[in-house]
Write a protein that binds this ligand. Structure first.
Ligand SMILES: Nc1nc2c(c(=O)[nH]1)N[C@H]1C(S)=C(S)[C@@H](COP(=O)(O)OP(=O)(O)OC[C@H]3O[C@@H](n4cnc5c(=O)[nH]c(N)nc54)[C@H](O)[C@@H]3O)O[C@H]1N2
Ligand SMILES: Nc1nc2c(c(=O)[nH]1)N[C@H]1C(S)=C(S)[C@@H](COP(=O)(O)OP(=O)(O)OC[C@H]3O[C@@H](n4cnc5c(=O)[nH]c(N)nc54)[C@H](O)[C@@H]3O)O[C@H]1N2
Ligand code: SF4
Ligand SMILES: [Mo]
Length: 756
């Protein structure tokens, strides 16, 4: 007799959907995945990729057993070893390194799809009695940085747009560098709902994307020129007096005076006679200086001499900057017609208008300046804090209500890691000698892959833990097989929050092969390193404490046992009306106002959103002659990054990497559909089959990120990508985003070996 059960869990892949899954398990084997009931039915759904999960968990590329390297690094020569041998060796090597060089000689790195209880962060924070180094970030940060600057810090990834369900409330919805039709599939319906409700869907995308097909208006700036477009829009808003002046005077830094000598806001303490303290100065209606908190009707415009300091209002400085970007000039830079720029600015001002950013615009060197300029549009026109009005990131379906969970187990005060930006690896001396890598650092987390590989090869000891054999594994000394989120021995692995709901991640099958869940591997290593006392609680204990310990009103009445009893998911106690960000118009910035002028960047000359021409995608870049095409790597619908790279059904639809480019660009190089072509740029090369597609403008090409090394004919798209560091990001945030899309290439027919 067959034994068949259906167990619910929540998807862990980093597309951001967090879909509840109903998994049919027959005789201990996962055989079918379907949507489970979502506690908030508006968010019901999953993507077709997840129907292939049974192929994913049992794929032949799964790492079967722990492995130890036997040949030179990168040679692929490994032998199977037992878990005890592998873990003992890691513990011995780590202990020796800690004794000789301290715990910062070990770095941890993790994949973006891993969850809070399966990412080795507790071990990393405790190791060596002081915590390890931590290779961090470089993705999805810049657009948030810019919004955080203007609107106040909400966390590095915390600047979400209004909830998706708010879109029909907008008259205009600017979908900016975001392709939800392929990257937020379960949220795309809200865009279509908005269109049906009469919302103007304005997609700003350099290519005719799957989302642009659903737009009522598609605007296509040349790749990397969006900031010029935003400055042009600001030009029209100010030039045509479309600014909501009372709103700007009250809620933004527009009336604050800026000292011309040092670029800082003029404060009471700058006034020798009257003042002390940090109050900011403005000019009142009669032309007299006063404290911004006391003057109700400050002037927005003008240059003044106050207390011996030449100064101007922040609004005036902005107006002078954008005066240099009239629609005609912006049209030359962006390729968007001047008339369209004017119309777009006028429509935008006639709100409610929402700007929803994706990460397509995040992967350029100065991406944070674009979102600063767009947030400036929002706060100058009062398009914020109201239904249908807002500016934020909407990729990953974020923006819905969350609840705070109770604390995870307390760690000692000293437990912390030292964060090292991925992008800086190899560019400066680091204390790191060993890497413990969850996932595929080389293929996913680093630009300029050949340089990154050199760095990896220079390390003394590298461990990879993954489900599948991949590039970083190939360059490792020990490789450990991790169970997927669907596998485990405990009742609960983790908890996730999405779609106004809280959901338990319940394993549905036991570990496949000899794999172990990350949490078990972390614990086993901790025990060997003398840290076992911090890992006594099981994942279930930890999740129970988080849920039952929550004091958030949204969690009222929700208990761990209650959640389990009802299949693992419950709706938060929150209103059904869409979540609107900044409803209270409080901006947690230093001035308490929306800061389109960022004082801290004055020393770098970037206090205002200035347009810099030093990024690679711009036609004026010195590399443009030799490498005339901009190569982006848009996220592909078949995969979540590399996940699903090997599932049969997805491979049927898209079996191999393709290089998409405009038919004229293909033609000019003697290429037609199906030919093999090489893209190269001095950093590296990649060979893939050509798809000539008019969806791409001349000068723009695409090869989606996330293919595995084994799937390329030669090279790797990651070998081409740009690893330049943005100094302003580094200065303000201690981190810099990787400008993956800010990459130029030349393309030629491939004359090398055909694929096997
Ligand atoms: N299916 C699938 N879904 C995913 C993922 C996945 O790998 N697969 N990954 C997830 C993750 S982690 C992320 S970060 C998101 C990313 O998903 P999105 O936020 O949608 O970002 P991208 O796919 O990088 O790019 C979005 C669009 O930006 C456009 N673009 C590129 N350059 C420019 C430019 O200079 N200007 C403008 N205006 N547009 C430009 C591209 O043509 C593309 O259509 O997707 C998430 N969802
Ligand atoms: N060129 C280029 N590169 C990019 C991007 C781009 O646009 N262009 N996008 C970047 C972005 S936005 C993101 S978010 C990153 C995503 O980068 P990642 O999150 O690192 O990518 P994935 O392919 O999801 O996962 C990488 C590896 O981790 C393994 N893995 C997944 N889950 C687990 C787990 O729970 N445990 C263990 N042990 N292993 C696991 C997978 O099997 C896979 O081999 O990629 C970035 N890389
Ligand atoms: S990959 Fe994304 S859309 Fe698909 S089931 Fe998982 S969370 Fe949902
Ligand atoms: Mo991402």
């Amino acid at each position: 007799m067959t034994d068949e059960v259906v167990v619910n869990t929540v998807c862990a892949h980093n597309c951001g959907g967090r879909s509840p899954l109903a998994c049919t398990v027959r005789d201990g084997r996962l055989v079918r995945v379907a949507p489970a009931e979502h506690p908030d039915c508006r968010y019901q759904g999953l993507c077709v990729r997840c129907l292939t999960l049974p192929q994913w968990v049992y794929a032949e590329e799964r790492i079967a057993t722990p492995m130890r390297r036997t040949g030179p690094r990168g040679s692929g020569a490994f032998e199977p070893v037992s878990w005890d041998q592998a873990l003992d060796e890691i513990a011995e090597r780590f202990t020796a390194l800690i004794d000789a060089h301290g715990a910062k000689s070990i770095a941890f790195s993790r994949t973006s799809g891993s969850s809070q209880l399966a990412n080795y962060s507790r071990l990393a924070a405790l190791i060596g009695g002081g915590g390890s180094a931590n290779f961090f970030g470089g993705v999805d940060m810049a657009v948030h940085m810019g919004l955080n600057n203007v609107l106040g810090f909400k966390g590095m990834f915390g600047q979400a747009a209004n909830e998706w369900t708010d879109r029909p409330n907008a008259r205009n919805y600017l979908v900016w560098g975001n392709n939800p039709a392929e990257t937020s599939m379960t949220s795309m319906r809200f865009l279509l709902d908005a269109r049906a409700a009469g919302t103007e869907i304005i997609v700003i995308d350099s290519r005719y994307s799957a989302t642009a097909m659903h737009a009522t208006w598609w605007i296509a700036p040349r790749p990397g020129t969006d900031l010029a477009l935003a400055l042009g829009l600001l030009h029209v808003l100010i030039d045509e007096r479309l600014v909501d002046e009372p709103f700007a005077a009250k809620h933004t830094v527009a009336p604050l005076l800026v000292r011309k000598d040092n670029g800082r806001f003029l404060r009471q303490s700058d006034m020798p006679a009257t003042g002390s303290g940090d109050g900011y100065l403005v000019i009142d209606a009669d032309g007299a200086p006063g404290d911004s908190s006391a003057v109700s009707n400050p002037r927005l415009r003008g240059h003044f001499e106050v207390g011996g300091h030449p100064a101007a209002t922040a609004f005036t400085l902005l107006a002078e900057l954008v005066a240099g970007y009239p629609p005609g000039r912006v049209a030359d830079i962006t390729g968007v017609a001047g008339a369209d720029i004017r119309d777009l600015a006028r429509s935008y001002a006639n709100g409610p208008s929402t700007i929803g950013f994706g990460y397509g615009v995040d992967r350029y060197l100065h991406a944070e300046v674009l979102t600063r300029a767009a947030a400036t549009m929002a706060v100058l026109t009062g398009n914020i804090g109201k239904p249908g009005s807002g500016v934020g990131v909407q990729s990953h379906g974020i923006g819905n209500r969350m609840a705070a969970l109770g604390p995870t187990p307390p760690l000692p005060d000293w437990a912390r890691t030292e964060s090292i930006p991925n992008i800086e690896v190899g560019s400066r001396d680091l204390p790191v000698r060993a890497l413990f890598c969850q996932g595929d650092w080389l293929n996913q987390r680093m630009a300029n892959m050949d340089r990154a590989r050199e760095y990896l090869a220079s390390l003394e000891f590298v461990v990879t833990v993954d489900h599948f054999w991949q590039t970083t594994a190939e360059w490792s000394d020990i490789v450990l097989p991790a169970s997927t989120f669907l596998e485990g021995r405990e009742r609960v692995r983790d908890v996730a929050m999405a779609g106004n709901s809280v959901m338990l991640r319940q394993p549905v099958i036991p570990p496949v092969g000899d794999s172990r869940p990350d949490s078990e591997i972390e614990k086993a290593l901790a025990e060997r390193l003398g840290l076992g006392e911090h890992f006594e609680a099981s994942c279930e204990d930890l999740v129970r404490a988080q849920i039952d310990g929550s004091t958030d009103p949204a969690m009222q009445g929700i208990t761990f046992d209650g959640l389990l009893a009802r299949g693992g998911a419950a709706a938060l106690k929150v209103p059904r009306t869409p979540n609107v960000q900044y409803r209270d118009l409080r901006f947690p910035t230093p001035t308490g106002r929306a800061e389109f002028y960022v004082e801290a960047l004055a020393p770098l000359g970037e206090a205002l959103p200035v347009y810099r021409e030093d990024h690679e995608a711009l036609p004026s870049h010195p590399r443009a002659d030799a490498y005339p095409l901009v190569l982006v790597q848009a996220h592909a619908r078949q995969r979540a990054h590399s996940t699903f790279f090997n599932t049969r059904w997805t491979l049927e639809l898209w079996p191999e990497p393709v290089l998409e480019l405009n038919p004229a660009d293909a033609d000019a190089r003697g290429l037609t559909d199906g030919d093999l072509a090489e893209a190269f740029n001095g950093r590296g090369n990649v060979v893939a089959r050509v798809v000539a597609s008019a969806d791409y403008p001349p000068g723009m090409a695409n090869l989606s990120e996330g293919w595995k090394q084994s799937q390329y004919v030669a090279g790797n798209v990651q070998a081409l990508t740009n690893g330049d560091i943005n100094p302003a990001q580094r200065h303000l945030w201690g981190h810099a985003n990787i400008p993956f899309y800010d990459t130029r290439v030349q393309v030629r027919p491939w004359r090398g070996e055909p694929p096997q």
